[in-house]
Design a protein around this ligand. Structure first.
Ligand SMILES: NC(=O)c1ccc[n+]([C@@H]2O[C@H](COP(=O)([O-])OP(=O)(O)OC[C@H]3O[C@@H](n4cnc5c(N)ncnc54)[C@H](OP(=O)(O)O)[C@@H]3O)[C@@H](O)[C@H]2O)c1
Length: 406
């Protein structure tokens, strides 16, 4: 890259993906100028990052933490703001590149704001596509935004997919590490604790995606994500367990060729790919030494122990609001598991029950996405605790609607 620095924004800068992105930016300060950084509650790290990267703006989602953010950034020249509306405004500021790394459906509206600005959007927040894929892709096309996948699997496919001749693609194969419970039996999985679920054997990630990896719901969400990113029908998207996480995914062509992208498991590689795109930049990930790895293994996922993957496939086949409902129910169930209110195997059960009972009609706009998301959250919360009511549902989307600031 030469000339003016690339202007960038990170949504969710204090998370696992956000921190990896900050790490890359601070290695080459002359190449990047930071417009905005956002977080939900981690004011200490947000302020530290804003000073380090000389960001123009720092936004904290939790409005109660604004005084502390202001205090921590006093004299730095960094503008500060707080609250959901400020976060969405920050996402829509004109920049060259936005990292969408908020976790969960909370990322939808900020990501949509970046898409509507026509930016290059590096998409880590897969839940955005799962809960509103049609809407987000249509808005990207309308506004001239480019969506670059950050998920290592989709990033791998993006790198080897022949977009000029999509009809030459036979199928795509998403690889999955199998998570920390790959070799456990059902009785052992029933007793699994949150601490065990978030101790991923290969990747160091946020708590929610770590639990999703343990249930394989993460791969289910990625299956849905892939169906929006690549012109390949659902029945030609396969999943293979690959515990070493070296082959990040593959594209099989009609002539029998199979192209894959390989690398050591370090999210800074796919993030760097999106940051420098369409060029390349150096990333500090360990170099792949295949002789040292020696053995690469692959196996078919076990749907009896990991039903979440099939639930996601069925939601994708159903279409309409089913993926939105799947995602919302999963977020509520994962939260309940992490706070010790349900067992590990209950997560998929709650998602299945919610999918069966909530209206799955097609969703035409953001309002309908919010309604489906809210209804699914209420239903899942009720399955978890039959005494719970709407007030008990931790849904930022529903909360915004109640405040009337949508
Ligand atoms: N981690 C990975 O290796 C990885 C790989 C592929 C894809 N992804 C995807 O990338 C996304 C981020 O994952 P992560 O592991 O980086 O998550 P994480 O570590 O939990 O970080 C989430 C980020 O979002 C912010 N946040 C949380 N709730 C929010 C809300 N309601 N409104 C606005 N901001 C909010 C957090 O702020 P606070 O820190 O202040 O709470 C934090 O900055 C997820 O969609 C995940 O599936 C992650």
């Amino acid at each position: 890259m030469s000339g003016n620095p690339k202007r960038v924004t990170i949504l969710g800068s204090t998370g696992s993906i956000g921190r990896s992105t900050v790490d890359l930016l601070q290695r080459e300060p002359e190449r990047f100028a930071v417009e905005a950084l956002t977080a939900q509650s981690n004011v200490t790290l947000l302020a530290e990052q804003a000073r380090l990267l000389r960001a123009r703006l720092a936004v904290i989602g939790d409005e109660g933490r604004l005084p502390e953010l202001r205090e921590r950034l006093a004299g730095s020249g960094v503008e500060v703001a707080a609250g959901r509306a400020a976060l969405i405004e920050a996402a829509g500021r004109p920049v060259d590149w936005v990292m969408a790394a908020i976790v969960g459906a909370a990322g939808l509206e900020p990501t949509l704001a970046a898409v509507r600005r026509g930016a290059v959007v590096a998409l880590a927040n897969k839940e955005t596509l799962v809960c509103a894929g049609d809407l987000v892709m249509a808005e990207a096309a309308r506004c001239g935004a480019t969506i670059l996948p950050v998920d290592s699997e989709h990033n791998a496919i993006f790198q080897v997919f022949d977009f000029k001749a999509p009809e030459s693609v036979d199928r795509i194969i998403l690889t999955a590490s199998g998570g920390p419970f790959r070799t456990l039996n059902l009785a052992e999985m029933r007793e699994a604790t949150p601490a065990q679920a978030i101790a991923h054997p290969i990747w160091s990630m946020g708590a929610k995606i770590s639990v999703d990896s343990a249930t394989l719901m993460n791969k289910g969400l990625e299956l849905i994500e892939a169906s929006f990113l690549f012109p390949v029908p659902e029945d030609r998207i396969e999943v293979l367990i690959h515990p070493q996480s070296v082959v990040h995914s593959l594209v099989a062509y009609l002539d029998g060729s199979v192209l894959a992208q390989l690398g050591t498991p370090d999210m800074r590689t796919p993030i760097a790919f999106t940051l420098a795109w369409p060029s390349r930049m150096a990333a500090p990930a360990a170099r792949l030494d295949l002789a040292a790895v020696a053995k690469l293994t692959f196996e078919v996922p076990d749907s009896a122990r990991f039903p979440a993957l099939n639930l996601a496939r069925r939601a994708l086949q159903s279409g309409g609001g089913a993926p939105t409902i799947l995602n919302a129910a999963n977020e509520v169930a994962v939260e309940a598991f992490l706070s010790g209110r349900i067992g590990f195997l209950d997560i998929a059960r709650i998602v299945e029950q919610t999918l069966a009972r909530v209206n799955r009609r097609p969703l035409a706009n953001l309002e309908e996405v919010r309604d489906a998301d809210g209804a699914a959250r209420r239903h899942a919360a009720h399955v978890i605790d039959p005494l719970s009511d709407d007030r008990a549902v931790p849904v930022h989307i529903a909360t915004r609607r109640q405040r009337g600031d949508a």
